[in-house]
Ligand binder design. Structure first.
Ligand code: SF4
Ligand code: SF4
Length: 135
């Protein structure tokens, strides 16, 4: 089943609208909120993973845009500067979903994109500032 990761920006007037409910009810999409910062009356941000047919995904995105939301594909890359990384493993310790791990063979840092929820904990934890995550 196709799946997309979306980076949603809610304008202040839409911050409390139940748009996720409509994605389920009207477009048969399965949403998974990976990250959200929503407050009444303020611009909000949400990283949302949605699963559904190609047609339903397209219709659901069209619906979100019709509600005034800005919809972008969420960036799905973490950039690691290998020259800066000293493979200390600190980032793996804070990565709760287990998206980062040290390879048992050569102790290189391994990133599993599918497990990442874009929490930025690794970016903050890295003492060498070797990780950047862009949306
Ligand atoms: S915390 Fe930074 S230096 Fe340590 S393994 Fe992770 S990326 Fe490399
Ligand atoms: S952004 Fe969060 S989930 Fe993704 S690799 Fe870093 S710590 Fe793990």
């Amino acid at each position: 089943m196709p799946r997309k990761r979306l980076d949603l920006t809610f304008p202040p007037r839409q911050s409390l609208k139940p748009v996720i409910y409509h994605l389920v009810k009207d477009y048969e999409l399965v949403p998974n909120i990976l990250r959200a910062q929503i407050q009444a009356g303020q611009e909000g941000r949400m990283v949302l993973e949605v699963t559904g047919s190609k047609e339903d995904l397209a219709s659901g995105i069209e619906f979100l845009e019709s509600q005034g939301l800005q919809v972008n594909e969420a960036a799905s890359d973490i950039c690691l500067d290998e020259d800066l990384c000293v493979t200390c493993g600190l980032c793996t310790a804070v990565c709760k979903p287990g998206a980062l791990a040290l390879s048992p063979g050569d102790y290189g840092l391994v990133f599993d994109k599918d497990k990442c929820v874009y929490c930025e904990a690794c970016v903050v934890a890295c003492p060498r500032r070797a990780i950047t995550l862009t949306f």
